[in-house]
Design a binder for this molecule. Sequence first.
Ligand code: GDP
Ligand code: MG
Length: 178
Amino acid sequence: MQHERLLKVLVIGDLGVGKTSIIKRYVHQVFSQHYRATIGVDFALKVLNWDHKSVLRLQLWDIAGQERYGNMTRVYYREAVGALVVFDMTRLSTFQAVLKWKGDLDSKVAMGNGRPVPAVLLANKSDQRRQGLCPKLPKLENFSREYGFVGWFETSAKDNSNIDAAITCLVKSIMSVE
Ligand code: GDP
Ligand code: MG
């Protein structure tokens, strides 16, 4: 018989980096220029037939209206098993905020064994690479290893690029630790 598991995954990062767009793209296969800023916390569910043993109910938690504080309450983080930390590759300030978000995550939730929950770094809006700050970014490979991300991806919610790959990487990591 297949075993069902609920995975709470957080999507964090500064305002306007594309968190809501990534979730909508992944769950509903749509993209829009105009998402109303949701107020409060919202989540979307995607059911994954992971392997012959397990069905995963992936709960992606969005935040809205609270990004400007750069941190979230413990209630939001409670029982999360992983996170996507998103920045906008055309805006340096959103990259600089990545470590603040990762720090907030690690200070408020951990795995049963005390280790940080797996987090994947997303450099979003790769379709706008030419307007981007790529040359100014440190090598994301080194950066992500140094700060304990399990992986990093250049993504585009607009072009549907690498969103599946990034989330699959996160889920694999979550499934491998338990
Ligand atoms: P959030 O505040 O992090 O939830 O960001 P939103 O998902 O609301 O996106 C903010 C703006 O960026 C919206 O106008 C989106 O259409 C746009 N956006 C999001 N992802 C992408 C992307 O991959 N490429 C481009 N070009 N625009 C994007
Ligand atoms: Mg949003």
